[in-house]
Design a protein. Sequence first.
Length: 94
Amino acid sequence: MLTSQQAMAWGIVNEIFPPEMLMQKTIEMAKLIAKNGLIALAHAKKAIVDGINMVKEDGLRYEGSMFGLLFATEDQKEGMQAFLEKRAADFKNK
């Protein structure tokens, strides 16, 4: 079994919380993630589900195809413009 300290040392996790803080921290992270464009979030979830059993090379190709699809969206352009203008993005899910 992998300990939380090993997972942190190996870069598998970014933070470790005591069990009593886990739900609070999970909700905080979910709220941060939910502020992103829904199209990108849906594709990220699909990539994780579809790619979990892929070999590395296939996974990288799949990631590249997803990136290409997302780069053609209006939300990508809005996200990039918001970043350059140092403002919050107003995603339209298009």
